[in-house]
Design a protein around this ligand. Structure first.
Ligand code: GDP
Ligand code: IMO
Ligand code: MG
Length: 429
């Protein structure tokens, strides 16, 4: 069972890039299977910080082959800039170790404009999208009118397809959203010219994955976003447009259902959310500033993709337990434990009430916005934990906090991250 799936258990930005980088040591293949450049995965190696949006975070390990699956939506322009940035940083990204599925859908500049026009039209009911065109590209996919990476290989037909798509978006933007007309011919020609440069990377990624697995290669799957942003099981409609749980791997990479060795649920030691939508354990005021940081540290809570300040709050144990169930999490990788150092008391949300009555077994994620959090208080710790490398190096209160998380989640903590650097990690044994 050489498959490990690493996924976010919250609303994204749990530290997936950082954990996937650690797990990539023991992987031959690293694959993304959902989302697009709405993701921002940070990996710090020595003096270099990589911000990956599309390419799997495993690319930094030279022994890996990296796959971008059919479940993704890919903006070729972002892809090419990422390739350039990685090459400039000395990472080898040639099409012998990085492959894009021919069945992945494409995001064009028109999708981005439409995403932004739709958000503007939603007004106060906005979702807080990243504005990257994710929703519109998945809409086209589901409507069976999308552009796919494989279309780039059809030189003769590509311009006409892109043109028809941009024309359609232009019509929507003008007539439905009363926006300015798009220069259809210009946008289409410029897009086609650049997108063609992605051609060498396009391959039958599903076949590569299936063949590699049959040969006993070790596959690490890197989820984007977090389970609570899942299109079906998250806090709809304040979600993204893809399957963000571990179950999305099979369909999103083109491999059959098969046993999985580990499903690592990456969990920040507190809760954050960057877009709109319900967040029962959200904090405001001084406490929020304390958790978010002011932006002075590179890891402070400001979006990797959009730079927006993230909303912050206490860890939500009710939601964590739900996510363990829906994503089949077998173990937790807890990140940013170091950020909690110096807080006298910590809270974890362990239950909800609705109109003063305990919610208990009637919990439904669709009613999250109506719930009030019930907290359990735990003692904090004053010590800096960023140099801890073994569980026993942690103060008793920090171990107590992790232990309580294990009890609530019902699965063990196998890894604890105490800083963004590669060596700032505790592997539980
Ligand atoms: P992702 O989207 O899940 O990959 O997470 P992001 O990269 O968007 O955000 C996580 C941020 O926290 C990045 O700046 C990481 O470098 C940083 N980070 C990850 N783990 C730790 C940790 O244990 N401690 C600290 N202080 N920062 C961390
Ligand atoms: P990573 O992989 C945090 C959020 C947006 C918005 C909602 C819909 O870095 O964890 P979209 O642009 O996808 O249509 O936006 O989803 N969102 C993320 N939040 N981390 C992400 O990715 C996100 N990707 C999307 O903020 O609330
Ligand atoms: Mg992120």
């Amino acid at each position: 069972m050489p498959i490990t799936i690493a996924v976010g258990t919250q609303w994204g930005d749990e530290g997936k890039g950082r954990v996937v980088d650690l797990l990539s040591d023991a992987a031959d293949l690293v694959a993304r299977f959902n989302g697009g450049d709405n993701a921002g995965h940070t990996v710090t190696v020595g003096q270099t910080t990589f911000k990956l949006h599309l390419v799997p975070s495993g690319i930094i390990h030279p022994q890996t082959v990296c796959l971008m699956g059919n479940g993704m939506v890919i903006n070729p322009l972002s892809f090419l800039s990422e390739i350039e940035a990685l090459t400039a940083a000395g990472v080898e990204v040639s099409p012998v170790r990085l492959f894009v599925s021919q069945a992945a859908h494409l995001i064009t500049p028109a999708h981005r404009l439409l995403d932004q026009a739709q958000e503007a039209a939603r007004g106060a009911g906005r979702l807080g999208t990243t504005g990257r065109g994710i929703g519109p590209a998945y809409v086209d996919k589901t409507a069976r009118s999308g552009l796919r990476a494989g279309d780039i290989l059809d030189q003769a037909g590509l311009l006409a397809k892109v043109n028809a798509h941009v024309e359609q978006v232009d019509c929507l933007i003008r007539q439905l959203y009363h926006g300015e007309a798009l220069d259809v011919a210009d946008i289409s020609a410029a897009f086609v010219k650049k997108a063609t440069r992605m051609a060498p990377y396009i391959a039958d990624v599903g076949a590569i994955a299936r063949k590699s697995l049959a040969a006993g290669k070790r596959l690490l799957a890197e989820g984007a976003q977090g389970a609570l942003l899942d299109l079906d099981l998250g806090t709809y409609p304040f979600v993204t447009s893809s399957c963000t749980t571990a179950t999305g791997l099979f369909g999103g990479l083109g491999i059959g259902i098969q046993p999985v060795q580990r499903v690592v649920g990456i969990t920040k030691a507190f809760q954050t959310r960057v877009g709109d939508g319900p967040f029962p354990s959200e904090l405001s005021g001084e406490m929020a500033v304390r958790l978010r940081g002011t932006g002075a540290n590179p890891w402070d809570e400001y979006g990797t993709t959009t730079g927006r300040p993230r909303r912050v709050g206490w860890l939500d144990g009710v939601l964590l337990r739900y996510v363990v169930e829906i994503s089949g999490i077998s173990e937790l990788a807890v990140t940013k434990l170091d950020v909690l150092s110096g807080m006298a008391t910590l809270k974890i949300c362990t239950a909800y009430t609705l109109d003063g009555r305990a919610v208990g077994g009637e919990f439904a994620v669709a009613r999250l916005g109506k719930y009030q959090p019930v907290y359990e208080e735990l003692p904090g710790w004053g010590e800096d934990v960023s140099r801890a490398r073994r569980m026993q190096d942690l103060p008793a209160a920090a171990r107590g906090y992790l232990h309580r998380l294990e009890e609530i989640a019902g699965v063990p903590v196998s890894l604890v991250s105490v800083g963004p650097e590669r060596e700032q990690v505790i592997r539980a044994s």
